[in-house]
Design a protein around this ligand. Structure first.
Ligand code: IPM
Ligand code: MN
Length: 367
């Protein structure tokens, strides 16, 4: 029996609530498919600060290092907002985790089922069949990590802060490869987003991406777009894109925009893949929902577990090579939500809303 060894980092507020439902779905799938689940829980984010004095405790990092993948919940919230920015759960847990495992490739599907177009702030006429795009974001370079990154006092008494945007060829090429492979399995179209009319890093980005696709993936239709235009085009006509591909900070912003036009954050999963291979020879990855900790609804049992469940499906696909099983989970979520009309409050639109557990039950029923 294949064994799936992964670390479970539920995090804060709704994190643990949706995580336990994703684990219930995984347990069901494992039984049906003859898979053995081998996972352990660890504190991260606010829970790490409260229980270990650190957003990313050493014991949590050690557990992740022994695993083949990380199933992550969400971190942060009002309880820790008064801490210095560098110590806050999001920055002090997620960024070091990405760096520690070289998780350079962030894959965020922008998927809106055709039966859920109501959930999008876009006019339904613009997206009659829903939305189906993917954002590939570089995740360990650019202005997030470049040095120097400092705040200093100038001689005249003013303060000055510096962030540095850096990219080198190899960093651009390896994420270009992820965009190309993703596009090959879809519409064979990649739009690379940059700000080459202003930024040196973008001039290099565009040049390297153009050469890389010409040499290695000539069959893919590659286009380029400035990031300001891309933000506008995403709101105007999202389905003109197939794979949106960009650097770290642009990807942060565009993927949130993509998330909101796809309706509820409660539906959006993500994968962050590393340079490292796990013990199965597959990419080590961190899999997390995009929606955050939703402190306002935490503890009420009403959070949408779909994004966490879909993130678990991505884990099976990328870090365990179980595409067919991932397909089944994704299909079950679609059937439960779209066909059966079982909806949590965020996607109910007049239908009676069910709670977190009932949503997961409906997905399990479809499995
Ligand atoms: C994301 C988040 C993170 C980021 C924050 C929490 C550090 O916004 O995953 O998109 O900026 O990358
Ligand atoms: Mn973000």
């Amino acid at each position: 029996m294949p064994t799936l060894k992964f670390a479970v980092l539920p995090g804060d507020y709704i994190g643990p609530e949706v995580m336990s439902e994703a684990l219930r779905v995984l347990a069901h799938v494992a039984k049906k498919e003859g898979l053995t689940l081998d996972y352990q829980h660890a504190d991260v984010g606010g829970a790490g600060i409260d229980n270990h004095g650190k957003a990313l405790p050493d014991s949590t990092l050690a557990l992740c290092q022994q695993a083949d993948a990380i199933l992550f919940g969400s971190v942060g919230g009002p309880k820790w907002e008064k801490l210095p920015p560098k110590e806050q759960p999001e920055r002090a847990a997620l960024l070091p985790l990405r760096k520690a495992f070289n998780l350079f490739a962030n894959i965020r599907p922008g998927l809106l089922y055709s039966d859920l177009t109501d959930a999008s702030p876009l006019k339904t006429a613009r997206i009659p069949n829903g939305i189906d795009i993917v954002c590939i974001r570089e995740l360990t370079g650019g202005i997030y990590f470049g040095q120097p990154k400092t705040t200093t006092k100038l001689e005249n008494g003013e303060e000055q802060a510096i962030d540095t945007m850096v990219y080198k060829t190899s960093e651009i090429e390896r994420i270009a490869e992820v965009a190309a492979v993703t596009a090959k399995a879809r519409g064979k179209k990649v739009c690379s987003v940059d700000k080459a009319n202003v930024l040196e890093t973008s001039v290099l980005w565009r040049r390297v991406v153009t050469a890389y696709f010409a040499k290695h993936h000539p069959e893919i239709a590659l286009s380029h777009m400035y990031v300001d235009n891309a933000a506008m085009q995403l709101a105007r006509d999202p389905n003109q894109f197939d794979v949106l591909f960009t650097e770290n900070m642009f990807g942060d912003i565009l993927s949130d925009e993509m998330a909101v036009i796809c309706g509820s954050l409660g539906m959006l999963s993500s994968a962050s893949l590393g340079t490292g291979k796990n013990s199965l020879g597959l990419p080590f990855g961190l899999f997390e929902p995009a929606g955050g900790t939703a402190p306002d609804i935490a503890g009420k049992g009403i959070a949408n577990p779909c994004a966490q469940i879909l993130s678990a499906a991505m884990m099976l696909r990328y870090s365990f090579g179980l595409d067919a099983v991932a397909d089944k989970i994704e299909a079950a979520v679609r059937l439960a939500v779209a066909t059966d009309g079982v909806r949590t409050g965020d996607i109910a639109f007049g239908k009676p809303a069910v709670g977190t557990k009932a949503m997961a039950d409906a997905i399990i029923a479809r499995l």
